[in-house]
Design a binder for this molecule. Structure first.
Ligand SMILES: Cc1cc2nc3c(=O)[nH]c(=O)nc-3n(C[C@H](O)[C@H](O)[C@H](O)COP(=O)(O)OP(=O)(O)OC[C@H]3O[C@@H](n4cnc5c(N)ncnc54)[C@H](O)[C@@H]3O)c2cc1C
Length: 534
């Protein structure tokens, strides 16, 4: 089974993990001229990086933990990223309802100070504190495009309509949406375009230091075939598996630890008719979001639950589901029930273990550690947010600069990802242009393609005049032309890759349609493998 092939090339970096951090580092490093190989054991973004709340955000709640560095960096990043990918990211307004009788269990550093200096405030998050937090949020980091905070009268206008009548006032602030799994794929594509070798369904089995070099053995998880690579440096971007890789694959004695914190979301039928999100504060001191999702749905999340083992697939437990339903029902007029749920998903945050008492309090900041004790160096990546992936990559390159002093300096700020080379304000025009070029597209279809592929949408469709020329119709506007693009250009191998990570068409396709797609893709892959073997 193990036909061990060896590559002659010695790579500068071998990256383990095709989540946002691995792919972000691969893109940055290959753009600086380093030779890079990246191995992902499943599909790109198959773990945490497709399970987030999908926000480029500063993290308003982290201000209560005085995580000023993280919040400032993330706030500045929002607009840098938005400009580089205006197809998969867009501004959103968040409505934070406020009621003077609201009480919270709260043990954040801010609430502890408040309890000491103003003991009568115990259990409250007063309006002035929220206003102060939002003032900092508006002013901490380079905001040019996004509008600042405003006050909303919930007794007027659409924002108050779905909420219980006791909420009369709200604050409204800005953050951005991002299609997390597409972000990962676009980084991988850009890295490959700049010379990186991207291998999916390729598991790293062992990493051994030999003569100041890493010898890495990988296994193709489809065929079982093993290959051997040599690299000057290893980057461990294994997300929830970062600790397993340190101890199981590299066999290092490093004491750095990762804390696994599961977060679950539920997706319901569309609960309200406007395009803003809600930021709800819970009596337990936590917050959740309710976000308009995929045009016809509402996304609600998230939770914070300890997760012991990365090999246990994270799933939304009944307890987490009921927690989210009851939390949202404390705000919406119409209670949200199990019958409203159409899908749920779960992910594991690979947080740096800073010894915090609760999962909610554990730091969301990233920590990078170079370990060169046994010879060739390895960079271990802990924590981080989708929002800070580009800065994390820059910081990673800074950490390894001494090993590659010839590599040029930072370059990714202001460089568009594939399909993202248009102005943030031009999205609607792009959608209209696509529909004009392909009059058979419905408004939903044109919007979906533009939001996924941006300026590349017409490359996906090609030179056709009628929908029939796009080949087989898999349902919900997914055609053979698009699936072939995803297989040839975006590393998709299975129906799941297509309907849950390259798109969210899984919300609209039936199980039979997904099975038919999977069957078709499997046939295409078999024909491709047979031709390659000839
Ligand atoms: C519920 C939740 C909500 C979140 N919401 C947000 C948000 O709204 N905004 C935000 O900015 N951040 C958010 N985050 C944080 C963000 O999603 C994560 O920080 C980020 O996705 C971590 O990326 P990663 O690349 O480190 O890990 P991952 O995406 O998990 O990638 C690691 C990869 O390594 C691979 N791997 C592991 N071992 C091996 C091996 N031996 N060989 C090959 N490959 C291997 C895995 O298969 C995996 O794909 C959220 C996280 C969660 C869980």
């Amino acid at each position: 089974m193990s036909a061990s092939g060896e590559t002659q090339q010695i790579y500068d970096l071998f990256i383990i993990g095709g989540g946002i951090n691995g792919c972000g580092i691969a893109r940055d490093a290959s753009g600086r001229g380093l030779s890079v190989a990246l191995a992902e054991m499943n599909d790109l973004a198959s773990a945490t990086s497709s399970s987030s709340t999908k926000l480029f955000h500063g993290g308003l709640r982290y201000l209560e933990y005085f995580e000023i560095r993280l919040v400032r960096e993330a706030l500045i990043e929002r607009e840098v990223l938005l400009k580089a990918m205006p197809h998969i990211s867009w501004p959103m307004r968040f409505v934070l309802p406020y009621h003077k009788d609201m009480r919270f269990e709260n043990s954040t550093p801010t609430s502890r100070i408040l309890n000491t200096v103003m003991p009568w405030m115990k259990g409250r998050r007063p309006a002035w504190l929220i206003r102060l937090g939002l003032f900092m949020y508006d002013n901490l980091g380079g905001r040019e495009i996004l509008p600042g905070t405003s006050t909303v009268d919930l007794t007027q206008g659409p924002e108050g309509a779905p909420l219980q009548e006791r909420f009369e006032k709200a604050y409204e602030y800005s953050d951005c949406w991002v299609e997390d799994s597409r972000l990962v794929v676009l980084n991988a594509r850009d890295a490959e375009a700049r010379g990186a070798e991207i291998m999916t369904r390729t598991k790293v089995m062992s990493c051994v230091r030999v003569d100041d070099m890493w010898e890495v053995i990988v296994q193709d998880t489809n065929t079982g075939v093993q290959r051997r690579f040599r690299a000057k440096m290893l980057v461990n971007a294994g997300g929830p598996w970062v600790g397993d890789i340190i101890h199981g694959k590299i066999r290092s004695n490093s004491t750095e630890g990762v804390r696994l914190v599961r977060g679950s979301h539920i997706v319901t039928r569309k609960l309200y008719d406007h395009d803003k999100c809600y930021f709800f504060q819970g009596t337990d001191g936590r917050i959740i979001f309710a976000i308009p999702y995929e045009q016809d749905f509402t996304l609600i999340g998230t939770t914070d639950a300890e997760h012991t083992d990365p090999s246990i697939k994270p799933e939304c437990t009944d307890e987490e589901r009921d927690y989210l339903l009851s939390f949202a029902s404390d705000y919406f007029k119409q209670p949200v029930t199990r019958d409203d749920i159409v899908w749920s998903y779960s992910g594991v945050r690979p947080l740096y273990d800073d010894g915090a008492s609760s999962a909610t309090a554990a730091t969301r900041d990233y920590t990078l550690k170079v370990d060169a004790v046994g010879g060739a160096p390895v960079l271990n990546v802990f924590g981080g947010k989708i929002t800070t992936y580009r800065r994390l990559a820059e910081s990673a390159l800074e950490h390894i600069q001494e090993y590659f002093p010839q590599a040029p300096s930072t370059w990714t700020a202001g460089v568009a990802l594939p399909g993202g080379n248009f102005a943030v304000s031009d999205t609607e025009k792009l959608i209209a242009d696509l529909q004009q070029k392909y009059p058979f597209l419905t408004p939903f279809w044109a919007r979906r393609l533009t939001r996924a592929y941006g300026a590349e949408a017409s490359e996906v469709l090609g030179d056709v005049r009628e929908a029939e020329q796009l080949g087989r119709d898999f349902g919900a506007t997914l055609t053979e032309a698009e699936v072939r693009w995803l297989m040839e250009r975006e590393y998709a191998q299975t129906a799941e890759d297509v309907v849950w990570r390259r798109s969210k068409l899984g919300l609209r396709l039936t199980a039979e349609q997904v099975a038919a797609l999977d069957h078709w893709m499997s046939d295409v892959r078999s024909i491709g493998s047979a031709q390659a073997a000839q």
